[in-house]
Design a protein around this ligand. Structure first.
Ligand SMILES: [Mn+2]
Length: 341
């Protein structure tokens, strides 16, 4: 079935529902928050009692998408989160392909009695337990896919202007962050959507400033430190390896979300094809992998880093001492390149 046909099924399923709860993934990013907020406004404006539940906090730079602080974070208010998930008649899951991506909310989500819809752009969506799964790997972002879905609704008649600016802005924010400002995963349709957003009055200057130009001085200094002291390049495997330790974070006084985007920097170097970024936390090492396209970091993350994602952007976790990370990465990558020639 096409996205448009599935969208009509979703619209029909919405008919007769009153309470909708929107859920996105653990460690929510711009696409997760943008799609959730965009759909939430769409539903609220059409008379639904709708709310958003996220498993964990969003990074502070996304605060502007939720100025009224209406998002329920499971980590902050378990009771309200549980009531919202158990007390609704429809759950819409955005920007994740399996319940496990909600971490500690996974059981809550799977055992909830409500009808369930998934809208997502990650590969290999798990369909079990969902009434409708709208999954499109070719979409740049869940926000782009959500927009396509809403435009297919009879109710909107394919007019972007039938959505409020609040809704359109949030959706645009997710497209901008997931494509890194139209740098990756874009298709002709992505630019069609951008054109529609502009025509409808979305303020791109404002979004650009809010999303990409509000970093702290300490984050910038830390970036310099990592590029100078931590980034190691291997011309053989054409890979870069960068490690952010807890000590670095303490020294520079930065929060966890502040290192967002660091992994993309080494790919600006001509002969670097893969970039790996390791972020030490209390419980594990957070792994981010990026590729210019020749090598699938999704497969690499699955094989060696307890994770997955997209062809060019993936992530995972390691449970080894931080001092062993560089060796582990080098060995895994060499093995992977041997196996995937
Ligand atoms: Mn996404």
């Amino acid at each position: 079935m096409t996205v448009e046909e599935l969208a009509l099924g979703f619209e029909k399923l919405l008919d007769g529902k009153k309470k909708v709860t929107i859920i996105s993934h653990f460690n929510p990013d711009g696409d997760a928050v943008g799609s959730s907020v965009g759909l939430n406004w769409f539903l609220l404006e059409r008379g639904y009692s709708s709310c958003i539940v996220l498993p964990s906090a969003a990074p502070p730079f996304l605060d502007f998408l939720d100025p009224e602080h209406s998002i329920i974070y499971y980590t902050e208010d378990k009771k309200r989160a549980k009531d919202a998930v158990n007390g609704c008649d429809l759950i819409v899951c955005l920007d994740f392909n399996k319940p496990g991506r909600t971490e500690w909310m996974s059981d809550l989500l799977t055992s909830a009695k409500a009808d369930k819809v998934m809208i997502d752009h990650h590969p290999n969506a798990v369909r079990e337990g969902f009434n409708i799964v709208i999954s499109d790997e070719d979409a740049s972002s869940t926000c782009e896919l959500l927009f396509r879905v809403l435009m297919a609704f009879r109710h909107t008649g394919g007019r972007a202007s039938s959505l409020s600016i609040k809704s359109l802005s949030a959706i645009t924010a997710g497209i901008l962050t997931d494509t890194n400002n139209f740098n990756n995963s874009v298709t002709p349709y992505t630019f069609n959507v951008a054109a529609e957003m502009l025509k409808a009055g979305v303020d791109f200057d404002f979004l650009n400033n809010m999303l990409f130009k509000r970093f702290s001085e300490s984050r910038m200094r830390l970036m310099g430190h990592l590029l100078k002291e931590s980034m190691e390049l291997d011309t053989g495997t054409e890979a870069s390896c960068m490690v952010l330790t807890m000590e670095d974070k303490k020294n520079y006084g930065i929060q966890d979300g502040d290192s967002e985007g660091f992994v993309n920097l080494p790919l600006m170097i001509g002969n670097i094809e893969i970039s790996a970024f390791f972020n030490e936390t209390e419980d594990f090492i957070k792994v981010s992998l990026r590729s210019k396209g020749r090598i699938s970091v999704n497969a690499l993350a699955k094989a060696y880093f307890n994770g997955g994602g997209h062809e060019r952007a993936a992530g995972g976790r390691l449970y080894i001492p931080i001092a062993q990370v560089r060796d582990y990465f080098r060995q895994s990558l060499e093995q992977f390149l041997l196996n995937n020639r």
